[in-house]
Design a protein around this ligand. Structure first.
Ligand code: HEM
Length: 137
């Protein structure tokens, strides 16, 4: 089980690297007005989302489900954790929508919005890790 858990945590860190960095790129992209800069942000955002963030998320979930189903974990902590994971998946998919808005130069949000948007996964990460490590409920 420890090898599965190790890979679960490794890919979770990979996923969060993207969840923290992509919205930060959106902050600077929303402030950018020169075409070479805009083109560079589009490439960075696409590579980060498809090359790191999405594979990290998919593999976190595969190894998490493996842990859950193979070792029969249960309890309110796991239900609360999985509810927050569903919110995290929704955030990930909304990032895809925003990625496509920037790709087609139809972003309407300001850099202020993206600075607040960038903080949300931090709160989810703290809550999920406390739930799964401390199991307070
Ligand atoms: C569908 C998604 C997920 C499922 C089914 C899942 C399930 C699990 C299970 C059953 C464990 C073992 C708990 C134990 O050994 O006590 C675990 C460990 C862990 N999970 Fe997840 N997890 C998922 C997603 C996530 C996410 C998104 C995070 C990100 C914060 C995360 C962070 C952790 C950590 C840090 C551990 C190790 C806890 C420890 O060793 O005490 N998991 N997960």
């Amino acid at each position: 089980m420890l090898w599965i858990k190790a890979f679960h945590v490794i890919f979770m860190v990979t996923w969060f690297a993207g969840l923290f960095y992509l919205p930060r790129l959106f902050v600077y992209h929303a402030m950018c007005s020169d075409q070479p800069g805009i083109d560079r942000f589009k490439i960075m955002e696409r590579k980060l989302f498809y090359g790191i963030m999405t594979p990290g998320g998919v593999l976190t979930i595969i190894f998490g489900m493996w842990l859950w189903l193979d070792y029969g974990f249960s309890g309110a902590w796991l239900h609360a954790k999985l509810t927050l994971v569903v919110v995290l998946i929704a955030y990930h998919l909304y990032c895809l929508k925003l990625l496509n808005d920037f790709k087609h130069d139809r972003n309407t949000r300001s850099h202020i919005f993206y600075r607040w948007f960038n903080e949300f996964p931090v709160l989810l990460m703290i809550a999920i890790i406390i739930l799964v490590t401390v199991k307070p409920i």
